[in-house]
Design a protein around this ligand. Structure first.
Ligand code: DG2
Length: 259
């Protein structure tokens, strides 16, 4: 098999990205800015000559909506879209719904960074007293999973995300790529980080410095063993991408009131 291209994507900005709250398994739609990011991403991919044969998304609306908008902007609406909970965002446990800057004020920026970016640390688990517990676990979409509801996570580190994502990558996505299909995975910041860690062999320590902005395609070129032939590339304007990464990193900092 010749070299193949794979595109990974963190969805466009969601309503809670904008409010700086941990969104995770709460199903939020894209903000107006997020809709534009997804459309712009589709236009960019089209201008760069990308074509897809198959798209994979999580079962959260923001990744599905992003896939539709990208395909629409590319004029490739007919391309099949497969969904799995295994591409869902990392389960942020009891942190779900909380504001990152407030958490930094109460627990320190370092602790928030550990919760957000470390490989092995799990936030405290969600339980029935949490305001979003029933909204998540009573949602019909979680009856469609290949695990019974009581076996679905209540919190996850990035390691757990990779552990549940890997079987789906190996058994469902990778075989399609081996058949020569050109794949887009429209997912989330941390499910994409987990997959990149696996594909690029990024160490547990190094993965802590990888932050992905919303709506920016991550291009990979893979060899016949599905190993990258070169480092991943974020597509788009370099200055705008670096500024967007900084904004995501700064979400975990204490807000300094304007003078
Ligand atoms: O769960 C969330 O709030 C964000 C990630 O948050 P951070 O890890 O950046 O704090 O996930 P996404 O917007 O990609 O679905």
């Amino acid at each position: 098999m010749a070299k193949c291209k794979l595109v990974l994507l963190r969805h466009g900005e969601g309503a809670w990205n904008k409010e700086n709250r941990f969104c995770s398994w709460v199903d939020q739609k894209l903000s107006c800015a997020g809709v534009k990011e997804a459309q712009d991403c589709g236009k960019l991919l089209k201008d760069l000559g990308y074509e897809f044969d198959l798209v994979f998304t999580s079962i959260l609306s923001r990744s599905i909506q992003t896939a539709w908008l990208v395909l629409g902007a590319m004029g490739q609406e007919w391309v099949p879209v497969e969904k799995s909970w295994r591409l869902n965002e990392r389960h942020y446990g009891a942190l779900i719904g909380l504001n990152r800057a407030e958490m930094a004020l109460n627990h320190g920026e370092e602790q928030v960074k550990i919760w957000r970016r470390s490989y092995g640390v799990m936030p405290p688990p969600i339980d029935q007293s949490h305001p979003y517990f029933f909204e998540i676990y009573n949602d019909r979409r979680y009856e469609t999973c290949d695990l019974p509801k009581d076996k679905l996570p209540r919190t996850e580190s990035l390691k757990e995300v990779l552990d549940r994502l890997l079987p789906y990558w190996e058994e469902v996505i990778a075989p399609e790529i081996r058949k020569g299909r050109r794949v887009l995975i429209s997912a989330h910041g941390n499910s994409t980080r987990a997959l990149l860690k696996h594909l690029e062999g990024i160490s547990d320590e190094e993965i802590a410095s990888l932050t992905l902005p919303t709506g920016v395609p991550v291009a990979l070129e893979l060899d016949e063993n599905l190993r990258p032939t070169k480092p991943h590339q974020l597509l788009g304007d370099e200055g705008a991408i670096q500024a967007a990464i900084k904004r995501v990193e700064d979400q975990g900092k204490v807000l300094v009131p304007a003078q």
